[in-house]
Design a protein around this ligand. Structure first.
Ligand code: GLC
Length: 753
């Protein structure tokens, strides 16, 4: 068939300009509509758009009778509320939307937000787990399905992705992020924003995303939640900000600021972060929502005198919407009328908020997310469940497998399945569990019972005491109930292999869940040692929301599988890996410390002036522990093995690019996937650079004996960094390139660029 290139090119140009025209005309229409609406609004109605409440009554029931809730109810009816969070389900959302649209003077629709952190009804692996898959397509798909289920339930906004980098496993919220590396964190942020927002925000299966918590929340001192973050410019610009900047560049529609102070200024009241950087240098056109009550918390921070002062600081600093501190709705109008806040600031915030509502299609039809038929059809779809299972398998990290005890034989085995998490259907759902019904995860026991060829004997062994929800503080019970231990030990004695499922309950991680000791909570360590005493053929399955300190297990237990909190399909994914139907391919995205004294511990550390071991004490080390983590960033084993060869690096000053090639071979006897990781090192610069920095990765599947050449192209920006004035600079010089299967094993090539 004759191909006419010029006709094809002409068609491309027509398509390009028609899309450009469409987007420009959409922007013009939106601008015209919103400016027209703002002109009609009273000052109180404008401030109302900046006010967000959490759902406080059964919207489908009678009006609330307690004063606070009744006051909020009345404010919604009078157009003094712009958004509500924690309303879920089409019926409730529709009822709440009708309250606003049918009663307020201008009928401006509410925007409904919710923490869709790792799934809505179908729960996927916690973000720290899914980041260990290093599979950006699977991560984007996970967000896509989460948006599909959440939007089908009437929601239009999720408070995700959480993109806080952290190097401190004591902080319970590491479960919500993508680990310790800014490059991987940025790629995951982009994938999640794309998954949530899709290509058309007005579509009924997409929702606005929210990059949070801006900024440095993950650097809370001592890993204690909400604690002070005091860091240098280089760490701020080179480690903390990149994932936020990547999310902004990916078009995220909202940001959420953070509870912590950063270098003496609470993020909520920091104009450098929210105005100069985010809305200024980065050109962010969406809106910033405060975190829950963070405007009010500037008072205990010692940064605001009272609520009036807090409202003034926050609006000057670029916080557009006030989540649950009530100070905007109480004080902003008076501050404007008293000449203390310029109406321009109010109009800018309101314009940002109304633009997102417009883009969501809420002005065309405030109820277009509210379709009960669609809610039924799009919840628990088969392909959503399949995607959740796929991602759960890919998130599992094989930490140890001495004598190839794994995978287990599928028949004629007598297995002792022991541990407080072995038959758990609630814990695997993790914290920040969306709108899932409790106790609906597939347990390890259920997953293993699908394999009929073996006999599985289950025993809980010990209890794991937690609060009823992830927000209720468990009472500090010193576990004393040992009665189950004897039964577990008896079973272990009689079986050929023990599968021991231990770790943290899902409710022992996330917000407000900082720990100083990162051991196996309760009596689990004692149970493990007693089981080991009667049967050393143990596979330890860890279920946890953060790196744990498990040196005894690493020394004694022959096989260790990191299985996080994997969500609804947890037990099926774990069984599939234990029996070898899925060859584990996950790689850690956060270092596991040998003990808490090493924290903060991370792979992209600086070299210091005394890095080299010596017989004397005058070098950077501990007298009682190694400097190295127990398991490093990027680490994960497979049931097969991979070898790296023929590393070739070509740098070109003409193209200003460096091309890196390496050959990866599956040198084992099973199909497996390998995450090929590319690191660089800048050997000397005007500010010290890390001993290595991740700058690329590719996950490849290889059959036994199969080889593949992997190519990375690095550009000047990949070798650049932010100096202590926040300037992005490139300094020519000597560099190392390292390529391998973890941050600890690689081939290295040195060159000038
Ligand atoms: C919380 C969290 C934030 C969440 C918000 C709404 O306190 O810090 O991540 O999105 O409140 O639930």
């Amino acid at each position: 068939m004759y191909f006419n290139k010029s006709i094809f090119q002409t068609k491309l140009i027509i398509i390009f300009f028609s899309l450009l025209y469409a987007s420009v005309s959409f922007a013009k229409d939106s601008e015209k509509f919103i400016n027209g609406l703002i002109q009609k609004m009273t000052l109180e109605e404008k401030v109302g758009q900046m006010n967000q409440y959490s759902s406080f009554f059964d919207v489908t029931g009678p009006p609330p009778n307690d004063d606070n809730a009744k006051h909020k109810y009345d404010q919604i009816r009078s157009g003094l509320v712009g958004s509500v969070l924690n309303v879920k389900g089409v019926k409730e959302v529709r009822a709440m939307q009708e309250l606003a649209v049918n009663n307020s003077r201008l009928g401006i629709p509410l925007i409904f937000g919710f923490d869709v952190i790792h799934g809505y009804k179908t729960i996927t692996p916690i973000p720290l787990a899914e980041s260990a898959s290093w599979d950006l397509k699977a991560i984007e798909l996970s967000a896509r399905f989460a948006a599909t289920e959440a939007s089908a339930a009437g929601l239009n906004w999720t408070f995700a992705p959480m993109v806080d980098i952290s190097r401190d496993a004591r902080w319970g919220r590491v479960m919500e992020g993508a680990g310790e590396d800014p490059y991987l964190g940025s790629q995951v942020a982009i994938a999640r924003v794309k998954g949530f927002q899709g290509t058309d925000l007005s579509a009924t299966n997409t929702i606005a995303a929210c990059a949070k918590h801006f900024a440095a929340y993950g650097f809370a001192e001592a890993g204690r939640d909400y604690n002070t973050a005091d860091i240098g410019t280089s760490t701020l610009h080179n480690i903390i900000l990149p994932p936020f900047k990547a999310a902004a560049k990916a078009g995220v529609k909202t940001f959420m600021n953070s509870f912590n102070e950063l270098n003496g200024i609470p993020a909520t009241g920091d104009p450098y972060l929210q105005r100069e950087l985010l809305k200024g240098a980065w050109g962010f056109s969406g809106f910033v929502v405060s975190d829950w009550g963070s405007i009010d918390q500037m008072i205990p921070h010692g940064f605001a005198e009272d609520g009036v002062h807090a409202a003034k600081i926050a609006v000057h600093s670029g916080s557009d919407m006030d989540m649950e501190s009530y100070h905007y709705v109480k004080h902003l109008a008076n501050l404007v009328n008293d000449g203390k806040v310029d109406i321009q600031l109010i109009d800018d915030a309101v314009k940002r908020i109304l633009t997102v509502k417009y883009e969501l299609g809420l002005f065309d039809d405030p109820y277009h997310y509210c379709n009960e038929k669609r809610e039924k059809e799009l919840t628990f779809q088969e392909d959503c469940t399949a995607a959740a299972l796929d991602l759960a398998k890919k998130s599992i990290v094989l930490l140890k497998n001495d004598n190839n005890i794994l995978p287990l034989a599928k028949k004629n085995l007598h297995i002792a399945l022991i541990g407080p998490l072995a038959n758990e259907k609630n814990s695997p759902l993790g914290s920040w569990r969306g709108a899932v019904d409790a106790n609906t995860a597939i347990s390890v026991l259920e997953g293993m019972e699908e394999y009929k060829g073996n006999k599985v004997n289950y025993s809980k062994g010990v209890d794991l005491t937690v609060g009823e929800t992830s927000f209720i503080r468990e009472i500090n019970i010193n576990e004393t109930v040992r009665t189950g231990m004897d039964g577990a030990i008896e079973i272990a004695k009689k079986c050929g292999v023990v599968v021991l499922v231990l770790g943290e309950h899902g409710f022992q991680t996330a917000e407000g869940r900082s720990r100083t000791v990162l051991d196996l909570p309760g009596l689990q360590q004692e149970l493990m040692e007693k089981i080991y005493a009667v049967n050393k053929n143990i596979v330890l399955v860890l279920m946890n929301g953060r790196p744990l300190v498990i040196p005894w297990a690493d020394e004694h237990i022959p096989a260790i599988v990191e299985a996080w909190h994997l969500g609804s399909q947890s037990g099926n994914a774990i069984a599939s890996v234990l029996y070898g139907d899925y060859n584990p391919s996950g790689k850690l995205t956060m270092s596991f410390p040998r003990n808490e004294g090493q924290i903060p511990i991370y792979y992209n550390h600086k070299n210091t002036g005394r890095p080299d071991p010596s017989d004397m004490v005058f070098w950077s080390h501990y007298s009682d522990e190694s400097n190295d983590p127990l398991y490093p960033f990027g680490y994960g084993l497979s049931y097969t093995s991979f070898t790296y060869s023929d590393l070739d690096v070509q740098s070109s000053n003409e193209t200003n690019q460096v091309t890196v090639r390496v050959t990866v071979t599956n040198s084992g006897d099973k199909f497996g996937e390998e995450v090929v990781q590319l690191y660089i090192r800048d050997l000397f610069a005007s500010i010290t650079r890390p001993v290595k920095e991740l700058k690329g990765f590719e996950k490849v599947g290889l059959e036994p004996g199969q080889q593949k050449d992997i190519t990375f192209v690095l550009r000047e920006a990949d070798f650049s960094f932010y100096d202590n004035r926040g300037r992005f600079v490139f300094e020519p010089g000597e560099f190392d390139v390292m390529v391998g299967g973890s941050s600890k094993e690689w081939l290295k090539y040195s060159f000038e660029f």
